[in-house]
Write a protein that binds this ligand. Structure first.
Ligand SMILES: [Zn+2]
Ligand SMILES: [Zn+2]
Length: 188
């Protein structure tokens, strides 16, 4: 082997090593940039962003591996989407008016679940509009609708209806006309 060929080989080896070193540096920096972008998508905490990027810069692939183990599971966009989904699901359940007893959908104007007989709503003893079982005051007519007041009211309501049907309305008595006030007679 002539010294010229040996020289040439040395130059090639040096070139290859330089290229490899350049690639290693670029790869190292690329890892840091990727980590910076990734952590920024997952948190707004500046200290966490700084630490993660420093970890990738200082330890390269090992640092990134550590970061991958420790990073927040969800990106901020994923967190936002999940929050929206949960909200939509809750709204859907509310709209379905699920029976608390059997979880079947019920209608807004039902007083009792037809499947499991769980009471759902009750009519206000004053205005008759449907109100929730737990309410103590009617939001429509402001009547006191505590449980005890309501339980005493229901049979009374029925009896009142029956009595109005059976008992005829008494005819107006003759004593009524004199009861009317006559302002003309008031002396001044
Ligand atoms: Zn039910
Ligand atoms: Zn009412």
């Amino acid at each position: 082997m002539s010294p010229e060929i040996a020289n040439r080989i040395a130059i090639y080896v040096e070139l290859v090593l330089t290229a490899l070193a350049a690639f290693a540096v670029a790869f190292w920096l690329g890892l840091a940039v990727w980590t910076f972008r990734d952590i920024r998508a997952r948190t707004r905490d500046p200290i966490a962003i700084l630490l993660a990027t420093a970890l990738a810069l200082a330890f390269g692939p090992v640092g990134v591996l550590l970061y991958l183990l420790l990073r927040p599971k969800e990106t901020l966009a994923e967190q936002y989407d999940r929050a929206l989904e949960e909200e939509a699901l809750l709204r859907e359940i509310e709209e379905l008016n699920l029976c608390p007893g059997c979880r079947r959908p019920t209608k807004e104007d039902w007083q009792i679940c037809p499947y499991c007989h769980t009471p759902l709503r009750r009519p206000c003893p004053e205005c008759g509009r449907l109100i929730d079982l737990g309410w103590t005051i009617c939001p429509y007519c402001t009547a006191d609708v505590t449980e005890t007041a309501f339980e005493g009211e229901l049979p009374v309501e029925e009896s009142v209806e029956e009595s109005t049907e059976e008992v005829p309305v008494p005819p107006p008595t003759e004593a009524e006309p004199p009861l009317e006030p006559k302002p003309e007679k008031v002396p001044f």
